[in-house]
Design a protein around this ligand. Structure first.
Ligand code: HEC
Ligand code: HEC
Ligand code: HEC
Ligand code: HEC
Ligand code: HEC
Ligand code: HEC
Length: 429
């Protein structure tokens, strides 16, 4: 047995340190718990090392807005997968191609001609409006885009994966939970270590200084600990933090179905119809400029085209057969409703689209890139009100407002909110 007496001070300070680190750990644990993500909307993974994050971010945005309809990084969509494009072709070539691909093809560039033929002579849209730097930023983004190994490629005839499901939020959630489990284990080990240490010191009691004896003899009294200020305040903090968090989530997201993307009885794709074939939204949603409802089109409208077009790119004949069968048997399709305000609220499309001049995508997101429609906005009262506070009344081509806007012109743009957009009765029956 080693002589201990001269080591007691060391040991005591060790116990203190352990006590302190236990508390630190507890606090860490607490802050981690509170910061657990509540929804999968975390930031996308950062790009590869070395890339300028600002350029990558700009490139990502441009890619989303301009290229995603036809390109993915790692799989062929309408155009080729763009991974490693900077290794296939020099940047100058890429810039020219994006500015005006037909020109490059027409010039007889063998690579371009071969590609063009390989992709069924599908013409890539030209982007003369993008600057050289913007295109370089897109390439930066492509270079650093994380490899998505487990992209779920939609398969089933009636089962489609929603685009929202490749969330990284899920992963960071799992990692956080793992960290918490490890921390709890460390905590438990520390407590065990502490009691072993105490027991050991107790054996050597006679040799300890009086003050040290007192500390070692302290009973670990559960009741006392529970009643102690430190414990109560920690529990208090945890409780308050969780309660606040719950309130915050509830306040923001009562009954919110943001992200809701139900599978539809017919695999109708907006990406294909509104995106690739650029069919106007109004052609199908005939009500948007006229009244409250946007309307889901009847099968008559589908049959304008599908009496001739019998097979599609993803489902062959099967997808369109569903449309034709339903039409022939006179059965209305049971589309699952995506957006749905409660009955107590009144929303009018014409008021916003026709009078207000607001684009569909402001509220519905990039529908023309969605394979399956997804609810983009929260549709809460707070969302409506916020926009009414921020958006000016649209006076363009609207004689009705001329007088009002003129009277108001000194005070800057007239916000919807100042024009009755916050009155309960406007939105509630
Ligand atoms: C309307 C669909 C469409 C859009 C939008 C589109 N592309 Fe393309 N892209 C294609 C097709 C199709 C090809 C294959 C060549 C061809 O057929 O002309 C292609 C080829 C390319 C190539 C050559 C790829 C290779 O493997 O060498 C690059 C680079 C490229 N596109 C970049 C872009 C960028 C950047 C954007 C966005 C600013 C974009 N494309 C937007 C359809 C599109
Ligand atoms: C060829 C016809 C067609 C075109 C063009 C079209 N849609 Fe649709 N849209 C539909 C059909 C059918 C549904 C119902 C099935 C579904 O949800 O996918 C629908 C559903 C929707 C929904 C969800 C409705 C709900 O249940 O809440 C929104 C929002 C929408 N479309 C917006 C748009 C926008 C914006 C455009 C233009 C970019 C557009 N649509 C173009 C046919 C069309
Ligand atoms: C203005 C013409 C037009 C209208 C209207 C139209 N479609 Fe289509 N649809 C197309 C085209 C074009 C294709 C793709 C053909 C191709 O690329 O081979 C297509 C493809 C499809 C496919 C097959 C998709 C696949 O990937 O296999 C389905 C399903 C479909 N449409 C359903 C509908 C429904 C439901 C409606 C009515 C709400 C509708 N379409 C209205 C033009 C139209
Ligand atoms: C100011 C926001 C806003 C704009 C702009 C907007 N919508 Fe909507 N849209 C909504 C809301 C809110 C609902 C839910 C309405 C309900 O449940 O009564 C909705 C519902 C829909 C639906 C479901 C069917 C229906 O009539 O309720 C379709 C389809 C639709 N919108 C299409 C469009 C199209 C197409 C455009 C552009 C021409 C558009 N929306 C512009 C907010 C908007
Ligand atoms: C993207 C912004 C935006 C969103 C989101 C929005 N609104 Fe509006 N709203 C407007 C604008 C702009 C006008 C004014 C149109 C005009 O008269 O010029 C308006 C007008 C209205 C009016 C008429 C007000 C009046 O004084 O006559 C009602 C009612 C209304 N909105 C209800 C809603 C409801 C309900 C929602 C949520 C479900 C909503 N709005 C969401 C922008 C928005
Ligand atoms: C710009 C439109 C708009 C205005 C103005 C507005 N509301 Fe709302 N309100 C909504 C919408 C949309 C909902 C449904 C939101 C949801 O389901 O989350 C709603 C929901 C509600 C609810 C029900 C909440 C629930 O849990 O079901 C109450 C109560 C309410 N509003 C009261 C009011 C009062 C009081 C006013 C006036 C001070 C007012 N609202 C003004 C759009 C509006």
């Amino acid at each position: 047995m080693p002589k201990l007496t001269d080591k007691t001070n060391f040991n005591m300070s060790l116990t203190n340190t352990i006590n302190r680190s236990a508390i630190t750990l507890l606090l860490l644990f607490l802050s981690l718990f509170v910061s657990l993500p509540s929804n999968g909307q975390d930031k996308p993974a950062a790009g590869a090392a070395g890339a300028d994050p600002e350029k990558v971010a700009e490139g990502a945005k441009l890619f989303e807005a301009n290229c995603k309809v036809c390109h993915a990084i790692d799989k062929v969509v309408v155009g080729p997968a763009l991974r490693d494009v900077e290794k296939r072709k020099p940047i100058g070539w890429i810039v020219n191609f994006v500015h005006n691909s037909s020109k490059v093809i027409a010039s007889g560039d063998p690579y371009a001609v071969e590609l063009f033929n390989k992709f069924g002579k599908a013409e890539m849209k030209s982007f003369p409006e993008l600057s050289d730097d913007q295109i370089k930023n897109i390439v930066e983004y492509i270079k650093s885009a994380p490899k998505v190994e487990d992209v779920k490629i939609p398969t089933g005839k009636d089962g489609e994966q929603t685009e929202a499901q490749s969330d990284e939020g899920g992963y960071s959630g799992i990692i956080l939970i793992l960290i918490i489990i490890v921390l709890v284990l460390v905590l438990v080990m520390l407590v065990v270590f502490l009691s072993v240490l105490k027991r050991y010191l107790k054996d050597k009691e006679e040799k300890l200084a009086e003050a040290d004896q007192e500390i070692v003899n302290q009973k670990f009294d559960v009741l006392k600990v529970i009643k102690s200020k430190g414990f109560l305040s920690i529990v208090g903090i945890i409780f308050v933090a969780l309660a606040l968090r719950a309130c915050w989530n509830n306040m923001l997201y009562v009954g919110v179905d943001q992200g809701y993307a139900p599978i539809q009885p017919i695999p109708f794709s907006h990406k294909l119809h509104a995106g690739q074939y650029k069919i106007d939204c109004n052609y199908c949603h005939t009500g948007v400029t006229k009244g409250k409802q946007a309307n889901i089109p009847s099968l008559n409208i589908c049959m304008n085209c599908h009496t001739h077009i019998k097979s599609g790119p993803r489902f062959g004949q099967d997808g369109i057969a569903k449309v034709v069968d339903a039409y022939n048997s006179n059965k209305p399709v049971k589309w699952v409703r995506v957006h749905n305000l409660p009955d107590l609220a009144y929303f009018n499309h014409a008021q916003h689209v026709q009078v207000g001049g607001i684009e569909c995508k402001t509220c519905h997101g990039q529908i023309d890139t969605m394979e399956v429609v997804r609810q983009h906005s929260p549709l809460t009262m707070g969302w409506c009100i916020n926009c009414h506070r921020e958006t000016a009344v649209n006076g363009k081509d609207n004689a009705y407002y001329d007088k009002l806007l003129e009277l108001h012109s000194k005070k800057g743009p007239l916000k919807v909110a100042e024009n009755g957009g916050l009155e309960c009765s406007k939105c509630h029956y």
